[in-house]
Design a protein around this ligand. Structure first.
Ligand SMILES: Cc1cc2nc3c(=O)[nH]c(=O)nc-3n(C[C@H](O)[C@H](O)[C@H](O)COP(=O)(O)OP(=O)(O)OC[C@H]3O[C@@H](n4cnc5c(N)ncnc54)[C@H](O)[C@@H]3O)c2cc1C
Length: 454
């Protein structure tokens, strides 16, 4: 079987379907090849949280009562210190949604815009033209090979990034594999509360030091207790048991567990190359502080669709140079900030429970919505050091984190204006990232410390 289209999208979930719809709406011939069946689309995990404002921002239907994907919504989230004190409130309306039905609605929307979707169609290999430029891909569709010729091939296959990782070295977008040390392992415990009358969970509470959160289940008297950690599911469960021993959680009985991974590393320096773009988790676009990815994937899709919509009016394959503005716009709108936050993580989280409690008490790093802009970080840290609330070591960690985060953000904001400048810029960026440290290394150190103490 053969097909010729303008745009081929590998992977049809939150990123791929949205990009496909945006491009089809502009009159391009778009084909999405998705490995899963339509019935099982998006069922990797069940409940997803997306801020209400994102639906309007990206021109998508805002789920409400009566929609199959809608479960509930809440407006207040709380963060607490490692000693379960000093709650910090933030107020944004969050939609609690069923992921499967949400993705099926997105598939219908993409089809309404004119995109074609082939389910149960799995990527096999990339196709190149005589000059070595990407020209589509080969898929397996129910035992048959499907050759798809395309001017632009988008990789939206999630963490496996099947197309991006198959690109030859030096093609223009890095072909790294997002390996076990580059992932955030999430374990969701769906539980029934033993005393729902007194312990009812009505809002999200997160203990940032342990990356543990307690969320309502809405449809029952239960709750979802989540934990996320770098390195492995095993390590995430260990952290969870350590947290549970503190006794802050309500009494419960475990119903079932869901597990999943999100990328936890810097994105490729360029998203675009000749006839190619990486989107969503395939481009490691998740928020370093929360692991959430959907709105950030949608942002890159929207920018890319605006730029390619213009560029692809001319026939032929869109080059990296013609699509370069996608990199520049994404970095300005979001990428530089995420790079800064990711670089700061190791230093900002490397402290004791007591120090974390001090930071909460004095609104250092962690602030209530009502406190935003009222505290000076440097003065807070100095006060913490002088009063003994923060040790020299942790102060050093925090200052290093702020320093390296600031430098990386500045460097990203000087992203080169064309592909020619990328090699020199990347060498400097590599050197900065090497100083930022790795959350997986920290997790490993923690495990070794625990083993030694035992
Ligand atoms: C437990 C958990 C909870 C999360 N909660 C939230 C949340 O509340 N809010 C939020 O915003 N984000 C959340 N995230 C992150 C979010 O799920 C991802 O960032 C988002 O799904 C990325 O979308 P994507 O389309 O890039 O990738 P994916 O959703 O992974 O989709 C990739 C698609 O590609 C297909 N595919 C893979 N390989 C092939 C192949 N060989 N051929 C063809 N198709 C292929 C897959 O079948 C899949 O449909 C969570 C993640 C986890 C693990």
């Amino acid at each position: 079987m053969e097909k010729t289209v303008d745009i081929l999208v590998t992977g049809g979930c939150s990123a791929g379907l949205y990009f496909a719809g945006l491009m089809a709406r502009q009159g391009f011939k778009v084909l999405v090849c998705e490995k899963s069946s339509e019935e099982k689309l998006g069922d990797r995990y069940n409940i997803i949280h997306i801020a209400k404002e994102q639906f309007g921002r990206f021109g998508l239907h805002e789920p409400g009562k009566g929609d199959p994907e809608y479960v509930a919504e809440f407006s207040r989230s709380i963060q607490k210190s490692a000693l379960n004190k000093w709650p910090k409130n933030s107020y944004t309306t969050i939609k609690v949604l069923r992921r499967g039905p949400l993705m099926r609605r997105l598939a219908n929307w993409a089809r309404e815009q004119g995109a074609e979707i082939l389910f149960e169609t799995s990527f096999e290999k990339a196709l190149y033209d005589g000059k070595g430029i990407l020209a589509g891909a080969v898929f397996q569709n129910k035992g048959n090979a499907l050759y798809v010729h395309a001017r632009l091939s988008a990789d939206a296959s999630g963490i496996p990034a099947v197309l991006r990782t198959s690109l030859p070295p030096g093609y223009g977008v890095e072909n790294f594999v997002t390996g076990p040390r580059d992932m955030f392992y999430v374990v969701l415990h769906y539980v029934n509360l033993k005393h729902p009358e007194t312990d009812k969970v009505e809002t999200n509470t997160t203990w940032t030091q342990y990356k543990v959160w307690l969320a309502p289940q809405h449809e029952t008297d239960g709750a979802i207790i989540g934990v996320g950690a770098n390195l492995s599911y095993d390590y995430a469960e260990k952290i969870f048991r350590r947290f549970e021993a503190k006794g802050y959680l309500p009494e419960y009985e475990l119903d079932h567990i869901e597990k999943g991974c999100t990328p936890y590393r810097r994105p490729p320096y360029s998203f675009v190359a000749g006839g190619f773009i990486a989107l969503g988790d395939a481009a490691c676009l998740t928020n370093p502080w929360s692991g959430e990815g959907v709105p950030y994937a949608w942002l890159l899709c929207k920018i890319a669709a605006e730029e390619y919509g213009r560029i692809m009016k001319d026939s032929g394959v869109p080059s990296a140079a013609s699509a370069w503005n996608i990199n520049l716009r994404y970095i300005r709108e979001q990428g530089a900030l995420f790079a800064k936050n990711l670089a700061m993580l190791c230093g900002a989280t490397d402290c004791t429970d007591k120090e974390n409690d001090y930071e909460y008490k004095h609104s250092i790093i962690y602030e209530d919505d009502a406190e935003k802009g009222k505290h000076n970080l440097a003065l807070g840290l100095l006060g913490g050091f002088l009063s003994g609330g923060i040790s020299v070591k942790s102060l050093g960690n925090l200052l290093n984190a702020a320093g390296i985060g600031g430098k990386i953000e500045k460097h990203y904001l000087k992203f080169p204006g064309s592909p020619e400048g990328l090699a020199a810029w990347s060498t400097q960026a590599d050197a900065l990232w090497a100083r930022a440290g790795s959350m997986a290394d920290m997790a490993e150190k923690d495990l070794n410390r625990a083993a030694a103490a035992y």
